[in-house]
Design a protein around this ligand. Sequence first.
Ligand SMILES: [Zn+2]
Length: 459
Amino acid sequence: MSLDPRTRAFAEQFRGRPRAILEESQRSALLQQLRRLSSVPFFAERLRPISDDLDNAGPLDLARFAELVPTMTKADVLSDQEKNSPWGSRLAVDPNLLREATLTNGTSGTGREAFGLTAEDVYLNALSGVLLMEWAGLGHSHTTANLFPVGFGLAGLAASHAADVLGWNIVQTGFLGTREKLEAFRRFGVDVLWVCTPSYLARLIVEARESGGLEQVKVVMLAGEAYPPEFVDAIEDEFGFRLIEAYGSTQLAVFGGGTCPDTLNTTASSRLLHVLEPWILAEVLGSDGAPVDDGEEGELVVTPLYRMASPVLRFRTGDKVRLLPAGSCGCGRPFRLIEAGTIGRIDDMIKVKGVNLWPTAVDHILLAIPDSVDYSAEVGIDGDGREFIRATIATTRSYSAVEIDAVTERLRSATGLHIDVGSRVVTAHDLRAEAGHKSRRWSDSRQETLGRLALGSSQ
Ligand SMILES: [Zn+2]
């Protein structure tokens, strides 16, 4: 079987075929990619342990690849691009072939990774989005609203890539407020919402209950956060659209997962996402770095098989997943599966308003303020469906409004997010009483609130 990864039918050709055919396709794509990358400075050293395998004519052993090639992290990418600005020594094409510049989101204080895309990278990014839309039962003649701003983020660009190939009309709403978005959906007959975090969907539905705007919507693509299944069931009942889920990342450039069409008509707790294994190699590692068995939780480690410009090999995503063996959905696709709504984080990163927030970035600021002793912070959704972050500093003296404003501004420039800052004066006696049963500094009440919002009762 000869398969071209750059055709629309590529991923679907594995349907009904044994998993061995998929793995054979992965092995041959990986071998080609590794041969290409063995002369790229960033990868040359990493690939040395398997250089003999790359010279051999025989098939590449995936287990040996995982055993001998080290994993890489965000920190590796950042330190490389610092020394070799702007793309790092991992750029694997002539810079003249670049067509798009993307940066990962989030301002952890550690920097944003730069990823370039060639025309081929852009096209594969589109094809993976097209596949998810076809799985959602959507064909021609749709109008989609892109909810993410078009800028450096691939999340915002991907909608346009896929709409191009699908021949859809696309309405760019990322720069609009919530009410204006809903007006635009109605005005232009938007029936597909492209990439919405579950928390932002809560915001949209609270507003839509008052002003409308979601009546003509048929499909909403959720991504970016875990969610409770009852949220999905209640929202679908109330608004009459389908919620599909997508998993993606800037490092992959293609979507890494999407809802299996054969599970879409079940309740959300029975829905499953396929890992898009035709385009990516997925491993799940335990905390000891060793692979876990299917069904066990661990960190997702990915290798996009066809990425041209800014490839990664065995990239540690920081995402926590539990992969189920292929076949649990019954659709005949030999790709492994993830339960809908369950993709979380293994580190402390919290996604708020689609932005990656690392609590340590907040620690650095709040714990450094004169007289601050500790702080607690909550991420939540208010009665209007708005996501908020609230931090309360425990301090030994009260702060002036000017001091609080200055702290708020520093937090904004470090994290890219507005954080409501308050303070409470504590005495040595309070601190003694609190010591010993110290709870975690950060709490996140969003999932709980989503469940309540879905039932129509605001908090
Ligand atoms: Zn399936």
